[in-house]
Design a protein around this ligand. Sequence first.
Ligand code: SF4
Ligand code: SF4
Ligand code: SF4
Length: 580
Amino acid sequence: MGKITINVNTLDIEVESGVSVFEAITKRQFPYLDMKIPSIYYLKGVVDVDDSGVCIAEVDGEIVNASRVRVKEGMKVVTKSPALYEARREALKKILKIHNRDCNGCVRCNSCELQELFHEYDFTDEPQLPKENLEEIDLSSKVLVRDNNKCIRCKRCINVCAKMQAVSAIACTGEGLDAVIAPASPAGLAAASCVNCGQCVAVCPVGALSEKDQTDLVREALDDPSKYVVVQVAPAVRAALGENFEFNIGVDVEGRIADALRHLGFDKVFDTKFGADLTIMEEANELLERIQNDGVLPMITSCCPGWIKYAEHFYPDMLENISTCKSPHQMQGAIIKSYIAEKEGIAKENIVTVSVMPCTAKKFERLRDDENGAGVPDVDIVITTNELERLIKDREVRFEAMHHKAKFDEPLGFGTGAGVIFGATGGVMEAALRTAVEKLTGEELENPEFTEVRGMKGIKEASYDVNGTTVRVAAVSGLANANQLLTKVKAGEADYQFIEIMACPGGCVNGGGQPHQPAQTRLVTNVPAERASALYRNDDNAQIRKSHENPSVQALYDDYLGVPGSERAHELLHTTYRPR
Ligand code: SF4
Ligand code: SF4
Ligand code: SF4
């Protein structure tokens, strides 16, 4: 794409040709100027046109929708004027008529894109909507809350669910601010095949969609002296939680998280990197068994519960292709309630396991059948990265003051570099290859990096020659991409031994429970890629980078599980699926 010159607020600037006035000006950032066109519906790749009435500018003397008009050589643009201010204010007034402005009681207070505009356009004491006009809040889903009284009809959720996730659990009838946004089934989201990925929550600019907050359950457990409360933290959380405490995007706050959790009063503070290493031990073993014994191939990863529910709805004939391994935090929960309970001499019934995840789907996963390896639930409570932020702030722990090099507790607090990259698309595949290739060849890898499966592309393919056998693999993120790849596999047009599927585009770093970044930031920064880089740096700096070399995992097999795939390992660490 070439460059052209336009005049913005009397200054000549060079911009990319072919893009909208809004994109051209938002992308062209100046260190010394704050020229910006506001937006509230637009989100890169999700909603390309912002018809909210706030995304306007004066172009050659006329007020136009800046997301619809394309830049032209010599065009004169004004981003700020009394007329624009009034027009934007009028548009916001109309939105206020359908949006219940209850900021203090809203989970998105301080991360809401609309709240910021209300401040900027001087809306101060507007009353909330009259009680008799309020719709009932939809609490029917086990995972999500829908508060239509806050919905501003941007349609980001509709588009992300249909186009990126190929699910279409939310539908829209009507146009503009009179449109009705509702689950595709009158019986609610769950009945509409929602897979709980939370991508709709991640894109919603306001508090109309959120995860079901379970921080009160954590507080209750922590305040109960009869309970032994054990927490574990997923890899992707460390790459994102800092954003909620004013750290830059992509800063790894692993140590601070361990320290903060101790300050919150947990009895043991573990790292799900350990569970990820354990998953690789079982999954690599399962893959080798399938390859060597003519088992069902391609084998597909099972650590993403969004993908699992999608497969149960849309690919019930492929459930045998999915690895029987539980996801890392469920495995770790089962080991806490069995091995750790025995080691520490604590009744498993008195242990409460809490998982801090980037993921909303894990709230559903813990309730699935066959997720209670030790005869009690593997995991009792799942909270997201955003819920952990609320817990830390509520308990008045100063996150910025936490020790950045604090360590997790042994033995389930040690994980390898392979474990930490689970949080990015392609990471599970790379971790599995590090172990499977060494097991197949019997030789140590010179370089443990499989860079072909790294990066934010939706579908990545690679093939490796291992001892004369060609191993073909694919790593996919985003369920529409999974749908595309699996359609080809079923039609015999693509052939792999091993496929990784993660529901969220970019993997767990971009999960539905991760911090919200406004659309204008997401236009100029690839947020999932920045978070993934933090995980790859963590792997680079790890002393041990292969799951099978984790000494704590080795000790667990020696002391308790025997070998990967043993009867006890199956009892505790594997699960089943069913068509829905
Ligand atoms: S959670 Fe995922 S599947 Fe469910 S409505 Fe939201 S985007 Fe769609
Ligand atoms: S629920 Fe949120 S994302 Fe969906 S249309 Fe309403 S405001 Fe937009
Ligand atoms: S990709 Fe990660 S965050 Fe997203 S649904 Fe799957 S496990 Fe959860």
